[in-house]
Ligand binder design. Structure first.
Ligand SMILES: Cc1ncc(C[n+]2csc(CCOP(=O)(O)OP(=O)(O)O)c2C)c(N)n1
Length: 314
């Protein structure tokens, strides 16, 4: 079972992602942000549960949908929001936007909008850890769509061959842009892709933080002991549309009924219920945390709006 300190840490990671993204969705309508945004609302427990098991020296590489990975790894909030507004103070100097977040000090090594692009970068980092005898782990996050890219399979092969300390984390939200998973592949079995390379694969309920945490902890122990990589497929759902601040039920891609079911399976509500059941973190403690996080977010937006525009490099 999780201890109260870890539960508080987990909750703080969940709510900073959710409340920040809700604020982004709201503020986006003002048309002051200088980039498209891909929101992770509904998927927060994956990044939060995995990051809980990582050290500051462990590194993560992310995708176009990277806010959750950056914030869960304790990336600087003010610099992230400034980045979205195209400000000089942004984590990529205001030149990268929402899809290019980086905070090397806490091991958030960057994100790539090239689908599958994060995967070989993490494998390269893991190779360097092994060559220099450093006890760290590399994590590439990627969506189910990335599993149809050749580089995913090449990376699994190479990481297994060299027994590299990698935890491959697939956030399977069952759609890639507007294409459902079973229109793109014969079976919904991503966690089995490592089998032929001898890579252990786990399928986990990605909306259940406690399960993600337990699985990621096991995976980290495996990877850190020199036994090679692990593949985790976390099943989850994106509540918002592929891009932008609205949801996409009206497009015909998902039914309202399906959406409602997943909205009910909210990872934050589920973790709150878990905390109540195990007596880990009370509602009044959670309320205090939500209020202070809201203030932090409000301040981040104020700072970002008042910041200096990015300077273009000739
Ligand atoms: C190599 C490449 N092909 C196509 C695209 C266009 N594209 C952007 S996001 C996306 C869908 C990605 O789906 P998935 O990997 O499941 O991640 P999700 O958006 O669901 O988080 C596609 C096809 C791209 N950016 N890069």
């Amino acid at each position: 079972m999780m201890d109260p300190k870890t539960a508080a840490d987990a909750y703080s990671r969940l709510i900073i992602i959710r409340l920040t993204e809700e604020a982004i969705a709201e503020e986006y309508k003002q048309q002051e942000m200088k980039c498209p945004v891909h929101l992770s609302i509904g998927q927060e427990a994956v990044a939060a549960g995995v990051s809980l098991c990582l050290s500051d020296q462990d590194v993560v590489f992310s995708t176009h949908r990277c806010h959750s990975h950056y914030l869960a790894k304790n990336g600087d909030l003010n610099r992230m929001i400034a980045e979205l507004y195209g400000k000089k103070e942004g984590c990529a100097k205001g030149l990268g936007g929402s899809m290019h977040l980086i905070d090397e000090g806490v091991g958030m090594m960057g994100s790539s909008a090239i689908v599958g692009g994060s995967i070989p970068l993490a494998v390269g980092a893991a190779l360097s850890f092994k060559m220099f005898n450093q006890p760290h782990i590399a994590v590439p996050y990627f969506g189910d769509g990335a599993c149809e890219e050749g580089v995913f399979h090449e990376s699994l092969n190479f990481a297994a061959l060299k027994k590299l300390p990698v935890i491959f984390v697939c956030e399977n939200n069952a759609v890639a842009t507007s294409s459902p998973l079973l229109a793109r592949r014969p079976a919904n079995n991503i966690f089995q892709h490592g089998q032929v390379f001898g890579i252990p694969g786990y399928q986990v309920d990605g909306n259940d933080l406690a399960s993600v945490y337990a699985t990621a902890k096991r995976a980290r122990e495996h990877a850190a002991s020199g036994k090679g990589p692990v593949l985790i497929e976390a099943r989850t759902y994106r509540i918002m549309g592929h891009v932008g601040p609205q949801q996409d039920c009206s497009s015909g891609l998902r039914t309202q009924e399906e959406w409602d079911q997943w909205k009910d399976a909210c990872p934050i509500k589920r973790f709150e219920a878990y905390c109540d059941e195990k007596n880990l973190l009370s509602e009044s403690e959670r309320e205090t945390m939500r209020r202070s996080t809201q203030l932090q977010i409000q301040e981040a937006f104020e700072i970002a709006k008042a910041g200096a525009p990015a300077e273009w490099i000739a």
